[in-house]
Design a protein around this ligand. Sequence first.
Ligand code: GTP
Length: 357
Amino acid sequence: MKWKHSRRYFELQFVYGIKMHAIILAGGKGTRLLPLTEELPKPLIPVAGMPMVAHVMNALIEAGVTDLTFAVSWDTYMPIKACFSHKYKDIVINYSIEDYPLGSAGAIGKACELNRPTQSFFVVNADVITSSSLADMRSVHDSLNTPDPLVSILLHESEMTGDFGIVELGTGRKVQKFLEKPASGTTSSKMINAGIWIFSERVIDRLPTDNFARVEETLFPDLVKDEGGLVGITDDGAYWADLGTPEALLAGARYMRHSTKPLIHESAVIEVDAEISNSEIGAGTTVSSSTIISNSLIWDSVTVGSNAKIYDSIIGNNVIIDENARISRAVIGPYAQVSAEFYVRDRAMKSEKRNRN
Ligand code: GTP
């Protein structure tokens, strides 16, 4: 799959001289996806043939973004830079590096210090995907002027509200309550914070630049209390997912492939009688005969022995799966080896550092 994106930014930047900024929050630890995130930052996990974050980057570029700042940690900086420095050559990409985690508020504040937007700008989590048009979100944000919102939040309606911030909306899109991961029964609202926001340049000075704070716990509740400057823009039933857990990653990748046909890298070697469905197979991976792989993500340079069965699982780079092994609802860390006849079920299997060169 090609990393397609529109040429609209070209028109905006070079013909009209307009810059549109976006900040991508990409400095988290990705603990819920360990051991996969031990070596590969979560934003670079492959989803439908490209790094997870490339999907949201493309959506931002479609919406007219010309200047992108990745807010990163020292751990995520080099791999993210290496991945994107030769791609996306027509937009400007900056890196705001945090010596220690600053949380969403500190990360945005520091990124603005590095490259200060002069008009409203997008802020997105690197691990969300949406089919919603961010250009439409921007149009709605720009159309609201009584008063101008200080922050607009994309809202997604979901029955699965457990791990997310919940918004209660009033009239005129005003957010009446912003509840960060409330206990069940606290609210009947099903509108969740989708992790895609538009910030006015007027709030920049309210953000810290060198200490930890989360906008979800500080700025957003304050904006509701003090000024009503927080608005919600619903995604009207678009697909949305936060890919922070193995289950969500499998489901999100399935959606993003838009097909039940497997996505197999051209350099992978697959025996003709291997049965592969609803899955992705990465570069340099070999799959031996009589294997079954279903609803799984098999990363690069993995060796799958004959007659192995893999269901609903994620297999990290350079894993060796011996013949007749069976893996179900599991996450296998990079360089691990699953021995012949072994059955791994419902668990994460650690990376095997000792096998590395
Ligand atoms: P878990 O440890 O599994 O919760 O993952 P995470 O560390 O990525 O945290 P979470 O999913 O809550 O983060 C949402 C987004 O914010 C992700 O894209 C993270 O990379 C990013 N993020 C989280 N904390 C920070 C931070 O302190 N600084 C920056 N720059 N980004 C962060």
